[in-house]
Write a protein that binds this ligand. Structure first.
Ligand code: FES
Length: 139
């Protein structure tokens, strides 16, 4: 995630900011996703590799880590969908995930899920916020 992350203009809550990831038009339905690093606000942890994709008109963001083995999903940067553009697929062993909720529906980790991030489209941008940071605040 680049420096100068912006707070989501309609988020009145304190704590970790929403960050602008990319222009909304950069995401094509069932097409390439956008990779980014989500930097924890506290600076205590390493950046989190993540990605955002569009499916059936909506944007969804996940930590870029397979539920089977902790490796990144994309076989080439940004290639998260299967050939039909219907499911997210892990390049390593082929785990297949539903784009809207990150649940694995086929492959070695069937029934498990990707770690989702809060994701909204606002003002022509895609905004993401880490749910990990929310948990940390409540600790
Ligand atoms: S590492 Fe993703 S399916 Fe095995």
């Amino acid at each position: 995630m680049p420096e100068g992350q912006d707070r989501h203009p309609e988020d009145p809550r304190p704590g970790p900011a929403w960050v602008s990831v990319c222009p909304a038009i950069a995401l094509v339905d069932g097409g390439e996703g956008v990779r980014f690093d989500l930097v924890p606000q506290s600076g205590e942890r390493s950046p989190i590799a993540a990605f955002v994709v569009r499916h059936k008109g909506r944007a969804f963001a996940y930590v870029n880590q397979c539920a089977h083995v902790p490796v990144e999903l994309d076989w080439q940067p940004g290639h998260f969908f299967d050939e039909e553009g219907e499911h997210l697929i892990c390049a390593t062993h082929g785990a297949t995930y539903r784009p809207h909720d990150g649940v694995c529906i086929a492959g070695p980790c069937r029934g498990r899920r990707l770690q989702s991030l809060d994701c909204e489209e606002h003002g022509g941008q895609i905004w993401v916020r880490s749910r990990n940071d929310e948990r940390r605040r409540g600790e």
